[in-house]
Design a protein around this ligand. Structure first.
Ligand code: UD1
Ligand code: CA
Length: 469
């Protein structure tokens, strides 16, 4: 099995001096949403959760999250015992936000600042930055072909860091600079506190800018190390929905490329979505518009047809999932055929070579090896043995309005079309249910159940409205 890790790929032992401050108090007004920006999702996970996972992978001594706009919702969405939350009641800028958490950091700590709206920062890049910040502040910059909106990095004649000028404050000439501030920096806690105390808000946005703390450092002859990354995806901040969409696509195509590098056949790298973790065996083939959520495992030779959603599912080798299937919380054996248009709900467990066909819904049910429900059926709270056949239009009446009841179907049972199995009920091995039956009583082994009115043909009958000759 190959595994595709989403992020947090750097694992180190705990760094007792490292503390991380994650800024997540901003409103994100450019999203035009009631939801706080950091709770918008990328690859199915809130932006902030991506950042927290990256932070955790660095094994810091503490993670501080600065919340403000929608604080309660943000805190509820990500709360965990390894996080401490700090309120920034008024959003006065990124510098101000850091000073809301800084008093809680150990004075000897090295503080890494991450932005809650920059979700894909790589662990390797951060490790590189932390290494360069051994003796003083270090800032992560990036070279972007389209730097609009970002703070630009100004260097002195010797090429050393001089300052960051925000886009809103930059001159036309400064706006041609393609080296930008990613927002990520590392600095000794005590020094950062001293520098931030010097920062004012005399600028276009009337905010206390975090990068201005580094300008203060330069003025005190404290050098600021610059680490530059060329990876536009990892440093992209999400400010509006268009940026969120393009970052999602960039991330997904990376995942698709990773799958293909591992030998998975992906029909179109622009039409696959992985919102969780996908493990694939050899020679898996994934057609267009497949969506994977939660933890999904596909065995060797599995085929996923177009427009399928699989969530928290394990699929055995050589199983064929045909177009338009919705599969959630299911364990599917080897060599099964599912769909087209099948819905497998949580608790579905299919044995080898089982078949679930079009417009069949299963829930909390076992279909043994070789059993089939090929068309238009509802199978809920049922346990079906091997090699049984559930005919078209059959339903298990598992719910009486108050309680759920089980249906037990043995091996080699044949349930004729359009049967209604009123649970609790048992159809023993090799029993046979005549089409159209309402089965309310158990059927013993090898017996035929006929649960329908006998057909009566009426001769000489005149349909209403037709005149007699
Ligand atoms: C910021 C940087 C800019 C950089 C860019 C990179 C500043 C002043 N500007 O700009 O140089 O190029 O990020 O993406 O730092 N936040 C708070 N409290 C506040 C303000 C912001 O917690 O009072 C949080 C936001 O929730 C967000 C992050 O800080 O997660 C960045 O804020 P945002 O307003 O998006 O800054 P940018 O304008 O993108
Ligand atoms: Ca931003």
């Amino acid at each position: 099995m190959m595994q595709l890790a989403l992020e947090g790929d750097v694992v180190s032992s705990e760094d007792p001096k490292l503390e991380i401050i994650v800024l997540a108090a901003g409103q994100g007004s450019r999203m035009r949403s009631h939801k706080p920006k950091v709770l918008h999702r990328l690859a199915g996970k809130p932006l902030l959760e991506h950042v927290l996972d990256t932070a955790r992978a660095l094994s810091p001594a503490a993670i501080h999250v600065v919340v403000g706009h929608g604080a309660e919702a943000v805190q509820a969405a990500v709360s965990a015992t390894d996080l401490s939350f700090h309120q920034q009641t008024e959003q006065l800028g990124t510098g101000h936000a850091v000073s809301c958490a800084l008093p809680s950091c150990h004075p000897d700590a090295r503080v890494l600042v991450l932005f809650g709206d920059v979700p894909l920062m790589s662990g390797e890049t951060l490790a590189r930055l932390i290494e360069r910040a051994a003796d003083g502040p270090a800032l992560l910059a990036a070279q972007l072909s389209e730097p609009a909106g970002y703070g630009r990095v100004l260097r002195d004649a010797a090429g050393n860091f001089a300052a960051v000028v925000e886009h809103a404050d930059a001159s036309a000439e400064q706006r041609t600079i393609k080296e930008v501030n990613t927002g990520v920096l590392v600095a000794p806690a005590e020094l950062l506190g001293t520098l931030l105390a010097e920062v004012n808000n005399n600028n276009a946005q009337g905010e206390y800018y975090l990068p201005d703390a580094l300008t203060q450092a330069v003025q005190r002859n404290i050098p600021v190390q610059l680490v530059v990354t060329g990876d536009a995806v990892e440093i992209t901040g999400v400010n509006d929905r268009a940026q969120l969409q393009s970052l999602e696509r960039a991330f997904q195509t990376r995942l698709a490329d990773g799958l293909m590098a591992d030998g998975v056949g992906v029909v179109d790298r622009l039409r696959i979505d992985i919102r969780g973790e996908l493990q694939c065996g050899r020679d898996v083939e994934i057609d267009v518009n497949a969506v994977f959520e939660g933890q999904v495992v596909l065995g060797d030779g599995v085929k996923v047809g177009p427009n399928c959603l699989l969530k928290d599912a394990v699929v055995g080798p050589d199983t064929d999932i045909q177009a338009f299937c919705h599969i959630e919380g299911a364990a599917i054996g080897a060599g099964c055929r599912i769909g087209p248009y099948a819905r497998l709900r949580p608790g579905t467990d299919l044995g080898a070579a089982a078949r679930v066909g079009n417009f069949v819904e299963t829930k909390n049910s076992v279909l043994g090896p070789g059993s089939k429900a090929n068309h238009l059926a509802y199978i809920g709270d049922a346990e079906i043995g091997a090699d049984s056949n559930v005919g078209a239009g059959t339903i298990t009446c598992n719910y009486d309005g108050v309680d759920k009841h089980p249906t037990r179907i043995g091996d080699g049972v044949f349930v004729g079309s359009n049967s209604t199995l009123v649970a609790p009920v048992t159809l023993s091995d090799h029993s046979f249910v005549a089409a159209g039956s309402v089965v309310t009583e158990d059927v013993p082994e090898d017996q035929l159940a006929l649960g329908r009115a006998r057909q009566r043909n009426v001769s000489g009958w005149t349909p209403p409205g037709r005149k007699e000759d």
